[in-house]
Write a protein that binds this ligand. Sequence first.
Ligand code: G6P
Length: 648
Amino acid sequence: MCGIVAGLAQRDISKILIEGLHRLEYRGYDSAGVAVIDPAGELRRARAVGKVRALEDELREAPLSGAIGVAHTRWATHGRPAQHNAHPHLSSERVAVVHNGIIENHEALRGELEGAGYVFTSETDTEVVAHLVDRELCSGLALPEAVNAVTARLDGAFALAVMEQRNPELLVGARQGSPLVVGVGIDEHFIASDPLALLPVTDRFVYLDEGDMVAITPAGIQVLERTGDRDELTPVTREVVRYEHSVEAAGKGEYRHFMMKEIMEQPRVLSRTLAERLDPQGVRLEAFDVSRHSFLAADNGAEKGKQVVDVARLTQLFADVRQVQIIACGTSYHAGMVARYWLEEVAGIPAQVEVASEFRYRERVAAPGTLFLTLSQSGETADTLAALRDIQKLNREGPQAGHYLASLAICNVAGSSLVRESDLSLLTHAGPEIGVASTKAFTTQLVALMLTTLALRQAKGDGQTDDLLSRQLLMRLKDLPHVIEQSLALDGEIAQLAEKFMHRHHTLFLGRGSQYPIAMEGALKLKEISYIHAEAYAAGELKHGPLALIDEDMPVVAVAPMDDLMEKLKSNLQEVRARGGQLFVFADPEVSLKAGEGVHVVTVPGVCRFLAPIVYAVPLQLLSYHVAVLKGTDVDQPRNLAKSVTVE
Ligand code: G6P
């Protein structure tokens, strides 16, 4: 989705902005642009459709330079991908705006501005912001006040960076519903929608709160909070946070694609997600972080320099949980579906899983004692965030309206909106995930979900009786990175198998029990990056429709670990074979399945049935990766998709 990078320095900023745009490319976009105020005081702009490379070509023909600038990658929402719709948008050749998100009331505002004589040059919702700011400046307001007055009139979720030609020493940012961070440098400061954009120039960031504005001048950074019915701006202090990953963590290293690098990183990041979270008694509740205002924060937490969780309160809360409502989108939703099996069987707690875009728009009934659990790699997915905000609103309205005990986010980005707005969070330590198709974020989410399941089981126990299942699962979890390493060793075999898929147009994925969501994730991966139509079915549903599709042109991928459902799955596979279907089975060494005519068996390392979904996800990631490479698609930035879906 759209990306913002902007800055004010004491040197030419154009190269920093372009490098920042390259670093935002992974999010998915269709055009890019940059504007600077040049040394002669002129507002100059360049825009191009397509990749940032196309913008660079344009800049080679007509270079831009200046100490202040705003830049953007656009993912079209209002108006097709075209140069005239690309950001930055200007007004009266003196205001330049870049914008993420959607201005919902843009049509009414456009009418009003046209009535006032403004001429629009794009179909975007963004252009209204540029003209509105211009109008406020004309009425005599300074830029921060003008931006504040304008944002007060905007409906929707957005992040903005704005500069004014007459004031080349002032850059203004505003955050309302879309992420925005301030990069703190030495005598130079920046704004971006994602810290990754700025890693070459700083590792210190201020994460703006909802509704914050920031004014950057050569004297420094001033974060402004809107008070008094939003028309007053009051300076506030926000913490400067050091970014914990290195610049290299966001690079491709020796790999051809980020996706392969991220698949291969899994043993290491799974270890990191487990590290320091287990002790001989079980899961350490200190692993859960609390947000600043959470009722679960320890009273003396702030004195220790970091807000920490009150373990006694959290134990009580977990003991009170009667149901878990899981909300997520895309790959994260599949992780939630796996967790449902674990929560019900391991913790004995009923669980429901729903995609955020459905949950947020329907009338719901929450059972008393419901824990609201969101899953998100980015922590910025618009629908997931909206679902969280919706249940928080219900909770505020009183017990008749909502019964959610607390909100817990399992997320890969510390400081993201989801983490900051939830009562509790459990971070996955996958490191930056750049490939649009999620891999390491998914398996680390599963590990975090298993830790949560065990923590809930612990809280329900009496703490005395020996809990054999927990002990076994903890042991197996510690061994998991090693098992994942073994399944990565299947890479060569899977690369060969991929050749059998590259000319197919459809693929069916089958799984049963907690492997059904893994079949869904395998199908999602294949369609995302190889553009092969892929569908997943719970194998027991085969006879209720999909069997009609089976012929020699329809490869069928099955996930077959050793569990109680194995014999039933085998019967389903016979049904496919009997109709001439080509089978590709990822199977446990103990599953006696013979390869032969039309049956390809890949033996996956043996693993306990609870952790099998994590292990079987890996060969399916490798399969889609190799099919995509053979087909020559854009593996890391597949067409039409975005890494972080920050608009509805
Ligand atoms: C997009 C990405 C997916 C991701 C989904 C949810 O569709 O392309 O890879 O699974 O968003 O994102 P989240 O950051 O909330 O996990």
